[in-house]
Structure formats: structure tokens, C-alpha cells
Design a protein around this ligand. Structure first.
Ligand code: MG
Ligand code: MG
Length: 260
């Protein structure tokens, strides 16, 4: 069963979504060469707790941090460490919150300093693929309509879609039904109905789609060591246009490098 949320539940999911969005923007302001990923994680944890919420990823299946910070060829689930950012890095930040029994979950991929044209394109296409998927998140459509829109947009640009990790419903738990893959066929999969709340999160590789699990048991790495990007927003399925609960607006205010 896919849960249909009441407007009261949606408001609590919105509070979480906006806190996650603000946290990502706060972390993004501190991204610079020489900053360790552990430092970014500490900033996020303090920010979330200062707002009376809890980090939802900390302790999730034993995950040891507030943020998943995934550098360059790490697709998702990178563990923050003493490693420092360097000019030209691509850094994906994934953040989850829990507040009043509900959850938030969103992700953004930043560049550190100047990126190569190819890396800028990877980030722009992954960002735009997310919005291609969101356009399909409406009542009467199927999950496959979202999946196919994301996949075809990414592949048109010569990139590939990670299969092993997918988007998801969200509610009192971070990951709920349905799975929302970033690949698939139009008209297939679960039927979307108004009141469903889902996270769409394309993970797009510059090279081949194959990935492997790192020795730490968490980080997912591209098999060819090429870069990967990840953007995620939370939205409510409505009768017509989906209503996006989380936002990149605060990030867009200061970070406009590849959003042209
Ligand atoms: Mg997610
Ligand atoms: Mg996430």
C-alpha cells in the first residue's frame, strides 16, 4: 500500500523538506577548497539540531553521519571524513531530517571552484533530469512515466543512469513505498494518486552505469571511476501540477555556476 497523506501530514513533511533545503544551502555556503567533508557534516548536524529536529540519516542502518557526502566518482552514501575538498571536485550532499515524527530528504551536487565544461554539463543535466521527472509526478500517471522521463533526458545527453539506488515515498520513515527508479518505461509501474509524497532523485554517471560498493560497506562508486551527480527533491502528487515541498531556491541565490 502506498500511503495517501492528509493535508496535516503534508504540512509536517513540508516543514521537514524546508529544513533539509535550508541545511543544504547552509552547507553549500561552506564548500571551498581545503574544507573537510567532516566539517560540512558538523555544520549540518548543528544546523538541524538548532532547529529542533534530528538528522534522519545518523544511525540509519548504522550510518555514522548526518550527511552523505559523495565526492567525484562516489555516486551516493559517501561517509564524511578528514578528506578535504579540492578545486574541480564534484560533491554531492544528501541530507535527511526528522521532526515531529515525519521526515525530510533532499540532495544537491555542488562544484568546488571552477568545474570542467564536461562536469558542469553532468551537473546541469542531472539537475534538469530531476525536473523532467517531477513534471510527470501527477495523479493518473505511473511511476514509469517519471522513470522514463529522467532516463531519456540523461541518456540523450550521453550520460547513464544508476540502477542500484532509486527514489522513494517518504513519510514517517525516510524510505517508504513506492520505489521510484530513474530508469523504466512510460505507462508502467505503480499508479500515482493525489496525496502521495515522493522523493525523485536521479543519480547520473558521466560514463558507464555500472557501480560497486566500496570497502566501507556504504559508498557506491562508479566502476569506471568517472564522476557522478545526484539531485533530489520531495513532492506531493496533486491532480495536476505536482507541488514541490523542498527547494533549491536558497542555493540558487548564491550558486549559479551551471544553471544557465
Ligand atoms: Mg532519498
Ligand atoms: Mg536523499
Amino acid at each position: 500500500m502506498i500511503k495517501i497523506r492528509t493535508e496535516e501530514e503534508i504540512e509536517l513533511l513540508r516543514v521537514n523538506a524546508l529544513l533539509v533545503s535550508k541545511t543544504l544551502a547552509e552547507v553549500g555556503r561552506h564548500i571551498a577548497p581545503g574544507v573537510s567533508t567532516k566539517t560540512l557534516d558538523a555544520i549540518a548536524e548543528a544546523f538541524i539540531r538548532d532547529h529542533g529536529a534530528e538528522p534522519a540519516f545518523l544511525g540509519y542502518d548504522g550510518f555514522p553521519a548526518t550527511l552523505c557526502i559523495s565526492l567525484n566518482s562516489t555516486v551516493v552514501h559517501g561517509i564524511p571524513s578528514d578528506e578535504v575538498l579540492k578545486e574541480g571536485d564534484v560533491v554531492s550532499i544528501d541530507c535527511g531530517t526528522r521532526y515531529k515524527g515525519y521526515c525530510g530528504d533532499s540532495a544537491y551536487t555542488f562544484g568546488v571552484g571552477e568545474l570542467s565544461d564536461q562536469d558542469k554539463m553532468l551537473l546541469r543535466v542531472t539537475h534538469d533530469a530531476l525536473f523532467k521527472g517531477i513534471e510527470q509526478a501527477r495523479s493518473g500517471n505511473r511511476v514509469g512515466d517519471i522513470s522514463a522521463a529522467v532516463q531519456s533526458y540523461a541518456e540523450q545527453h550521453g550520460f547513464s543512469v544508476v540502477r542500484e539506488m532509486v527514489g522513494h515515498g517518504i513519510g514517517t520513515k525516510v524510505h517508504e513505498r513506492p520505489d521510484v527508479p530513474n530508469y523504466g518505461a512510460r505507462g508502467r509501474g505503480k499508479l500515482l494518486s493525489k496525496g502521495m509524497v515522493i522523493c525523485i532523485e536521479p543519480m547520473i554517471n558521466a560514463g558507464a552505469k555500472e557501480v560497486y560498493l566500496a570497502e566501507d560497506g556504504w559508498a557506491l562508486q562508479t566502476a569506471d571511476d568517472k564522476k557522478s551527480a545526484h539531485f533530489e527533491l520531495t513532492m506531493v502528487v496533486r491532480e495536476r501540477e505536482p507541488e514541490i515541498l523542498s527547494t533549491f531556491n536558497q542555493i540558487d541565490e548564491y550558486y549559479t555556476k551551471y544553471q544557465t
